[in-house]
Design a protein. Sequence first.
Lengths: 274, 302
Amino acid sequence: MKRSRIASLLLHAALVLGAAATLFPLFWMITASLMPAGEANSDPPPILPSRVTFEHYAELFTRLNLGQAFFNSTLLAAAVTLLSLLLNSMAGYAFAKLRFRGRGKIFGFLLAALVLPTQVAILPLFLLLREMHLISTYWGVILPGMASIFGIFLVRQYALSIPDELLDAARIDGASEFRIYSQIVLPLCKPILVTLAIFTFLGTWNDFLWPLVVLTDQSRYTLPVALANLFGEHVQDTELMMAGSVLTVLPVLLLFLFLQRHYIQGLLMGGVKE
Amino acid sequence: MPAEAIRRSARAEARAAWLFLAPGLGIIFLFFLLPIAAAFLLSLTDFDLYAVADWRNLRLIGLDNYFRLLRDPIFWKALGNTFYFVLVGGPLTVVLSLAAALMIQSRLTRFRGLFRTAFFAPAVTTMVAVATVWRYLYHPQFGWINRGLELLGLPAIDWLGSTRWAMPAIILLSIWKNFGANMIILAAGLQNIPESLYEAARLDGAGWWAQLRHVTLPMLAPTFLFVGVMTCIGYFQLFAEPFVLTRQGEPLNSTLSVALLMYKEGFRWWNMGYAAAVAFVLFAVILAATTLQVRASRRGEG
């Protein structure tokens, strides 16, 4: 009995230390963003601000125009999420429930393509979008994000559990295939669609390389691109950069905290069923 | 004629399927699969700034870009750095993920959900933003990491300014950012191990360590392989960390990764043919590493 008491104590000490160390960078990011200019660079560095100020946030939105980047990020993440939800759910449903020649082969091919690194596609993708005159447009980010193999896979796995009888009954009643999809399949798939929506939103919000390449005009920058750009000029302004980081991270962190059950479910479907 | 009706409905179903598939597959083909294939063709050309201006300046040069790569010390440097990152950072990440998963799933653990959320939080953050935060944490004089070392009685380190410590700094950031996601997957794997196996092991007198070695780890092997492969694929594509944390590969290219080299060659200097060759080598390396890992684990099982 006593031994397990000690084991439990050690275990929880390790967990608390680990959690504190893990959260410290995020905690300090927030406190430093509220410090008066220059205070973060004291020796030893302070943990809490001597006086709470929101001047850095004000500067981000007024002089540095990060409000535009915030708008761009929100718009792009929302648009990619909605459109990819539609396309992925349609394709995932077809792979799960509709019979056609070559279904297994095509799906197997897609699964194999899941390991292809996206970075390899970037150079030709840039040239392709240049030919389409989509460089530095919102569509330059939206179009390539409108469908994903992972999303199709996730919906397909979930839709497999829909009973065929339900769909056949609707067909006998004369429902069109699109009606079956929109009125029966989509409502049944709601849990996985919520998961996929969070995944896509976070992924698009956090993405860096592609927006960096395709959004060449400052008015189209997403937050990560704008932040990296700001970093070049304001590397000395610790508190300002921390405010910019909070602005970038906090929305997705909050989204995750409120919806973490759904997010983790998606992570597990990708991981365990492979 | 029922047979005719069935045939007709099967045809209708197939037609509907293709209508449902067409938009999604079209996007994936046009904006993902086609560009990957095109990357190889691009790597066989001398596509540069002149070709960006006018396609007619484009010439096929066979494998010249690849031969040039072999003679380019910067490329070897980037490849070496990337392997350093993957081979050191990858195992450390996975081992820490496993340790965290074991602790989270321990029967003794209370407030499990709270700890899980804390460990997982970095995984959902934006790399560019947290790399910015870590740049200040690594500050030689005012940074909290050196302050921590000082409290432990250790000497200060010039993390981002020295060729020796810049890559470890990137590895530390990446471990922090990524171990939580792996932990979640491994924890679910642990949950799927039937309790009866542990009971049987305990009846045989197995202690904590023996249970871990003979029950937990073998049963967890498939999940572990998945996590290892995904971490490996992700780590080979190292980009945002050195882009922000060490200002695009400094000092003296000691954190220049293959992906960063591709970006610089392609989008800074518009040597897109050459950059495509870099990208394709990265592709080949990732494919080889994945195959190797899967093979090795199969041999381990058999």
